[in-house]
Design a protein around this ligand. Structure first.
Ligand code: NAP
Length: 329
C-alpha cells in the first residue's frame, strides 16, 4: 500500500474518524443557507477541472486508476437515482460511480455544501442536491422525489456512542426511523430501492453479534429492512460485512474515481445471513449500482464480502453471474 494511503476505517462497532477537508473548502463557493424544512434548490454544478487538480492527494487510497468500461460522454440513461447518504463512505463511491457512468443523480444530504467539496461543480442536469435529514418526515418534501426512478440508501451512524450521534443521530433514529421515513416518502412508481444494511441483522441476539448490537444497530437495521420489504416497493437489500477502504477524506471526485479495492477485489455474495468477513466500500458501492440493472435481484437480500483476488470490476456480466450464483429463487 502506498505510504500516503488512508488508514482503513474502523469496523461498524467503532466510531469512525473522518478527517475534515483540509485543502479546498476555503476556495469553494458556499451555498446559501436554507432551513431544513425547505427542499434544497437545484444547484448548477459545472465541471471545474482545476478544482480537482488543486486538491492534495495526501489522503488518496491508491494511485492505481480503475479504468471504467462504462465511460460515456453524454447522459445515456433515463435513470434519475436518488442517493441518500451520498457523503458517506459507500455513498460517495456510489455517487462517483453514477457520475462516471453519466447516470443522473440527486443527492439528499443534511449538509449540501459537502456535495461541492466532494464532487466538484457538476452540471445540474447530472447532479442535483436537496437538503434533508431522514429523521424529519417534514424534510422529505414530495418535490425531492419528483422524477426519481431509483433510490440507493446508504445512510448510517456508528454502532456505539460517538460524535456522530450528536443531535440524537443514533442507530434507532437513523437506521430505523430515517429509513422508515424515507421509504414512506418514496413514490410508488419507483423502479428499485437499494438499501445498504449489514450482515448479522438476523442474529443480533447471538454472540458475537449481540456485542455489536449493544446499542441496537443491528436490530434497528433489521427493522429498516423489514419496512422496505413490506413497503410494496421493488427492493434489493445489500448487507455488507465489515467495511474497509475509505471514506476517502481528500474529498475530491478524481480521488473517488481512482479509488481501488486494493487487493480485496474478488467478490463473495451470499444469502441467509451466513457470510462473515470484510468488504471494500468500493465493492459495496459497485454492487448497489450494478443491482439496479439486474432484474432478478429485485425482492432479494444479499450479503457481500470481498477477498483478495481478481474481481468483477465494473463488468455487468460478471456481476450478474455473481448475483445469479447467490440467488436461491
Ligand atoms: N462500518 C462498517 O464496518 C459497516 C458494516 C456493515 C454495514 N455498514 C453500513 O453500511 C452503510 C455505509 O457505511 P459507511 O461507513 O460507508 O457510511 P458512513 O460513512 O457512516 O456514512 C453515513 C452517511 O449517512 C448520512 N446520514 C447519517 N444520518 C443521516 C440522517 N439522519 N439523514 C440523512 N443522512 C444521514 C451521513 O451524512 P452526513 O454527511 O450528514 O453525516 C453519511 O452520508 C451504513 O448503513 C453502515 O451502517 C457499515
Amino acid at each position: 500500500m502506498a505510504p500516503n494511503s488512508l488508514t482503513l476505517s474502523p469496523s461498524i462497532d467503532l466510531p469512525l474518524s473522518v478527517k475534515p477537508p483540509t485543502q479546498t473548502s476555503h476556495s469553494l463557493p458556499l451555498l446559501p443557507f436554507r432551513t431544513l424544512n425547505s427542499p434544497y434548490s437545484p444547484r448548477k454544478f459545472k465541471r471545474k477541472p482545476t478544482l480537482a487538480a488543486s486538491v492534495s492527494r495526501s489522503n488518496a487510497v491508491s494511485e492505481q486508476v480503475i479504468q471504467s468500461d462504462t465511460n460515456q460522454t453524454s447522459l445515456s440513461s433515463s435513470k434519475l437515482v436518488l442517493v441518500v447518504g451520498g457523503t458517506g463512505g459507500v455513498g460517495q463511491l456510489v455517487v462517483a460511480s453514477l457520475l462516471d457512468r453519466n447516470i443522473r443523480a440527486r443527492l439528499l444530504l443534511r449538509n449540501p455544501e459537502k456535495a461541492i467539496t466532494l464532487f466538484g461543480e457538476q452540471d445540474e442536469e447530472k447532479l442535483q442536491v436537496r437538503q434533508g435529514d431522514t429523521r424529519n418526515p417534514e424534510d422529505l418534501d414530495p418535490s425531492i422525489f419528483e422524477g426519481v426512478t431509483h433510490a440507493i440508501c446508504c445512510t448510517g451512524t456508528t454502532a456505539f456512542p460517538s460524535k456522530r450521534w450528536d443531535g440524537d443521530n443514533t442507530p434507532e433514529r437513523t437506521d430505523w426511523e430515517g429509513v422508515r421515513n424515507l421509504v414512506s416518502a418514496l413514490p410508488s412508481s419507483l423502479k428499485r430501492i437499494i438499501l445498504v444494511s449489514s450482515v448479522g441483522v438476523t442474529k443480533f441476539n447471538e454472540l458475537p453479534w449481540s456485542i455489536m448490537n449493544l446499542f441496537g444497530v443491528l436490530k434497528y437495521k433489521k427493522m429498516g429492512e423489514d419496512f422496505v420489504r413490506n413497503s410494496g416497493l421493488p427492493y434489493t437489500i445489500i448487507r455488507p460485512g465489515r467495511l474497509t477502504d475509505g471514506p476517502y477524506t481528500s474529498y475530491d471526485l478524481n480521488t473517488l474515481l481512482q479509488a481501488t479495492a486494493g487487493e480485496r477485489r474478488a467478490v463473495v455474495i451470499g444469502q441467509g445471513d451466513k457470510l462473515v468477513g470484510e468488504v471494500s466500500r468500493l465493492v459495496v458501492a459497485e454492487a448497489c449500482v450494478q443491482a439496479l440493472d439486474i432484474d432478478f435481484t429485485q425482492g432479494q437480500i444479499y450479503e457481500i464480502n470481498s477477498v483478495q483476488g481478481e474481481g468483477p470490476g465494473k463488468d455487468p456480466r460478471k456481476w450478474e453471474q455473481l448475483f445469479k450464483a447467490a440467488t436461491s429463487n
